[in-house]
Design a protein around this ligand. Structure first.
Ligand code: ZN
Length: 67
């Protein structure tokens, strides 16, 4: 009689938890940077128009409404 094998398969996640949290952190930082470059008018960065002026050409290059 053949030996009965376990009916419970070994489950391994496709992506490890560490990689998942790292990816989420990277996405969060990139979203924050995109916000600061494209939409911030000093309300979050508290830099007045400094970031706006610094990123002005890039803002126009990306087609973000500016002025
Ligand atoms: Zn502009």
């Amino acid at each position: 009689m053949p030996k009965v094998q376990s009916v419970h398969p070994v489950i391994s996640p496709a992506v490890s938890t560490r990689v998942l949290w790292t990816a989420l952190a990277v996405v969060a930082v990139l979203l924050l940077m995109a916000y600061l470059v494209a939409f911030d008018q000093g309300a979050v960065s508290r830099s007045g128009m400094y970031l706006h002026e610094l990123m002005h050409d890039g803002r126009h290059l990306l087609g973000v409404p500016c002025h």
